[in-house]
Design a protein around this ligand. Structure first.
Ligand code: FAD
Length: 310
C-alpha cells in the first residue's frame, strides 16, 4: 500500500528517538525533562544507548526500567558484547526481561577507548549475531518453563533490532555489500528490524535498501538520522564513527552569520534528509537526539508526515 504524498499526520510512518543515559546523577532531571518533551511527540519507541566503551551501564538499565514503568512508550534497550562474559550478558538480559523489556538492539559494541583493537572477552560473545542467538534462547527457555512468560510472549512478542551501515562500516573496513551479507546473517539469527548508522545522503540509504531487498533482506531498515545543527558534534561523531559529514554541508554551516542562522541551516539539512529517506520509502525516521529535544521538535514542524495523527 502506498502512502499518499500529501497526507499529514504520521499514519503509517514511525517516529523514534535515541537518547543517552545521563552520565552523572545531577544530570538526571535535565535528561528526564528532555524525555518528557520527546514523549509529547508520541514516538513509537525510544532507544537507550548502552555503555559506549563499557561505561554507564547501570545508568542505562535504570533509564530503561523507568521508561517501562512510568511512560506509555516502548523502550529499546541497546545491549553490547563488549567487556562482559556470557554469564554477565545473560544476567543483564534476564534482568531486562524480568522488568518487562520486550525490545533489544543487539550490538557488538564499540571497543573501549584504550583498546581500539576489539577482541571478545574470553568466553564472551563475539558479535551481534551471537547476542541475538543468546537473547532468543533465554526467551525460549523462559516461555517453556514459565506460563506467565509464555503468555506475555504471546501478547507482546520479543523484538530484536540490529545495527546496519548503508555506506559500509568505516571502522570495520566493510563495503555496503558486506554489510548486507552481515544483515542477512542477523536476520537469519532472529533480528526483526535494523537501524542504520547515521549518514548524510538519502541516496545512499535508498541504494542500500534496494540492494538489501534484492539480496533477500526482508526486515524493515530504519534510517538513523542526526540533525546537523552543531559542527562540533559532527566532528566528534566523525571521530567516533568515522562517518564524515560531506563538505557541502560543512561549508554551508561554516557560512552561517550567527548561532541562530547556524541552527536554522542545520534544521534545513535535517528536513531535506528526512524528506529524502521518506521519499525513498523508509518506514519512518529514527533521530539520534544527543539528548536535545528542540531540534527534533523543529524538524517535526516541517515534516508533517512525522507528526502525531490529529
Ligand atoms: P557486528 O555485526 O556484530 O559485527 C560483526 C563483525 O564485524 C565483528 O566481529 C568484526 O569482525 C567486524 N566489525 C564490526 N565492527 C568493527 C569494528 N569497529 N572494527 C573492526 N571490525 C569490526 N555501540 C555501543 O557500544 N553502545 C551502543 O549503545 C551503540 N548503539 C548503536 C546504535 C546504532 C543504531 C548503531 C548503528 C551503532 C551503535 N553502536 C553502539 C556502535 C556499534 O556497536 C559499533 O558500530 C560496532 O563496531 C559494530 O556493531 P555491530 O553490532 O554492527 O557488529
Amino acid at each position: 500500500m502506498s502512502i499518499p504524498p500529501n497526507s499529514t499526520g504520521r499514519g503509517l510512518r514511525t517516529l523514534s528517538f535515541e537518547v543517552m543515559p545521563p552520565r552523572r546523577p545531577h544530570l538526571a532531571p535535565k535528561f528526564w525533562g528532555t524525555v518528557d518533551t520527546l514523549l509529547q511527540t508520541e514516538p513509537d519507541f525510544i532507544s537507550i544507548t548502552y555503555g559506549a566503551a563499557g561505561q554507564d551501564r547501570s545508568s542505562a538499565r535504570a533509564v530503561v526500567r523507568k521508561i517501562v514503568r512510568d511512560t506509555p512508550v516502548q523502550p529499546i534497550a541497546h545491549l553490547t558484547c563488549v567487556g562482559a562474559s556470557r554469564d554477565e550478558v545473560t544476567s543483564v538480559v534476564t534482568d531486562y526481561l524480568d522488568s518487562g523489556v520486550r525490545t533489544f538492539l543487539a550490538l557488538r559494541g564499540d571497543p573501549p577507548v584504550n583498546y581500539p583493537e576489539w577482541r571478545p572477552q574470553p568466553g564472551g560473545l563475539a558479535s551481534a549475531t551471537e547476542l541475538i542467538t543468546l537473547i532468543r534462547a533465554l526467551e525460549r527457555r523462559r516461555t517453556m518453563t514459565e506460563p506467565g512468560a509464555a503468555l506475555r510472549a504471546a501478547f507482546k512478542p520479543l523484538t530484536i533490532a540490529v545495527a546496519t551501515f548503508p555506506s559500509g562500516n568505516p571502522e570495520a573496513g566493510t563495503t555496503p555489500e558486506q554489510e548486507i551479507e552481515r544483515l542477512l546473517v542477523k536476520q537469519a539469527a532472529g533480528a526483526n528490524f535494523a537501524i542504520t548508522q547515521l549518514f548524510f545522503d538519502p541516496e545512499a540509504y535508498a541504494l542500500f535498501s534496494e540492494k538489501a531487498r534484492s539480496y533477500g533482506v526482508t526486515i524493515p531498515i530504519m534510517p538513523g538520522l542526526l540533525l546537523p545543527t552543531d559542527p562540533t558534534r559532527l566532528a566528534r561523531v566523525a571521530e567516533l564513527t568515522k562517518v564524515e559529514a560531506p563538505s557541502f554541508l560543512l561549508d554551508d554551516l561554516a557560512a552561517a552569520r550567527d548561532e541562530q542562522d547556524l541552527y536554522e541551516r542545520g534544521i534545513k539539512h535535517g528536513v531535506a534528509l528526512a524528506r529524502g529517506v521518506l521519499d525513498a520509502g523508509a518506514p519512518g525516521v529514527h533521530l539520534y537526539t544527543f539528548n536535545k529535544a528542540q531540534p527534533a521538535l523543529d524538524l517535526l514542524e516541517q515534516v508533517p508526515e512525522l507528526t502525531p495523527l490529529p
